[in-house]
Design a protein around this ligand. Structure first.
Ligand code: AMP
Length: 123
């Protein structure tokens, strides 16, 4: 399946500086900022700067440099936000079944409290 990237999505607008964000880290290829509706005391979104819809799109099409930078940024955010010792969860929703709201790849980094079981029953 060929992904079509919508450059009007909210994270594309954040990357273009059209709407504000609470940045916690920026690198050559990645940006990390606080989720506007946090689900835990630590809730940071890590996104690549390139136009990738979801994780498999990125992992298939991004350059090695982008992939390394993105993964290192996730690790650095976990360290900077202080969630390594007590644990954390990273989540990336994709498509309709994954209930992805913003069609630009993002990794949720969640921590700072007990997070419960991985999946809740479908509603
Ligand atoms: P998902 O369902 O995985 O696509 O999650 C999208 C996430 O983006 C949600 O947790 C939203 O709260 C978050 N979000 C939406 N708009 C913004 C924004 N302008 N700044 C920060 N986070 C946002």
């Amino acid at each position: 399946m060929a992904y079509v990237y919508d450059d009007q999505n909210v994270f594309a607008k954040i990357l273009r500086g059209e709407i504000p964000n609470d940045t916690v880290m920026e690198t050559e290829h990645s940006l990390a900022f606080r989720d506007i509706q946090p689900q835990a005391p630590v809730h940071v979104l890590v996104i690549p700067k390139g136009p990738y819809v979801c994780y498999d799109h990125f992992a298939s099409d991004a350059s090695d440099a982008e992939i390394v930078d993105f993964n290192r940024t996730i690790a650095a955010v976990c360290k900077q936000e202080g969630v390594q010792a007590d644990g954390y969860r990273i989540i990336s929703n994709a498509g309709d079944a994954g209930v992805q709201e913003v069609p630009h790849l993002h990794i949720h980094v969640l921590g700072g409290r007990g997070l419960g079981r991985m999946l809740q029953p479908a509603r």
